[in-house]
Design a protein around this ligand. Sequence first.
Ligand SMILES: C[S@@+](CC[C@H](N)C(=O)[O-])C[C@H]1O[C@@H](n2cnc3c(N)ncnc32)[C@H](O)[C@@H]1O
Length: 296
Amino acid sequence: MKHDKASSTAFTVVQGILKVANDPELGHLVAPDHVEACERILRGSAEGRRRLAQLDSPVFVKLTSLVERLLLPGFTAHYVLRKRFIEDEVRAALTRGARQVIILGAGFDALALRLATGHPDVTFIEIDHPATSEVKRAALGETPPNLHLLAQDLAARPLREVLTESPAFSAERPTVFVCEGVMMYLGEATVEELFSSIRSLTGPGTGFVFTAVAPLGSPEDNTSTILRAYLKVKSEPITWTLRPGDMQAFVERQTYSMDRIANDALLAKAYHGQPLNRRLHEGEYLVSTTARGGAS
Ligand SMILES: C[S@@+](CC[C@H](N)C(=O)[O-])C[C@H]1O[C@@H](n2cnc3c(N)ncnc32)[C@H](O)[C@@H]1O
């Protein structure tokens, strides 16, 4: 992760969502307010405007689709499927009474922005590296009063410290945490620290929804070695992986229960309703958990 520049992958995710929104087969998976929020975020920076302009180029769209088919089949659709799952989990947590949503490594994700106005009694907190967080803050300009962007490096400072010093955070509010497309960059010790921080910050009953990545070459992975090498060059090497079959035991060791686990095959079935006419991503999957009571 380069500390002086906004995350390139955070831009790629938003650009990918807008690309899927224009896709005749999958466009229905991206809600109109999601498209609007993504465009607003991208319009706010030179790099974002460059990414928007690329989407208007048929050559760019064709070329990136070809590269994706070779290196990372199904990954752009995966961005949309994973965001749909996370949105459903967060909305369900709000229905159950969550009053605080904390998004770790939020990048240019639009969920908090989209939900904040309709849920004025819920606090939304996003945390990301200063370089990325500041680009987003500048792009958004005025934000709803219940949406807070914290510019912090979670590898450099414990989450506990970052949140307890923020006046926006309340340890008393029922909370759901989200960590999407991030934990694979953190390393196992930082990941375990995250679980224990979350549990000690807002206690048993806290929801934690995240994505995890299966090891390269495992049966649950269809990404190419070239892609992993590219992420290394981009200073975003993958440092934490776990096979889906090992996730429940891992989560239980962190004193959490595993509520749901889903891969793209399941998500495509749930959200598209019929088999997709393309290869799906295999590698990153979704996990929804709840911090348990008792000794950790
Ligand atoms: C692949 S992007 C995902 C962004 C967003 N969660 C999404 O899925 O749209 C990874 C994000 O994690 C952030 N990130 C990675 N390591 C981080 C750290 N140590 N502290 C804070 N943010 C971090 C990056 O800045 C980037 O925005």
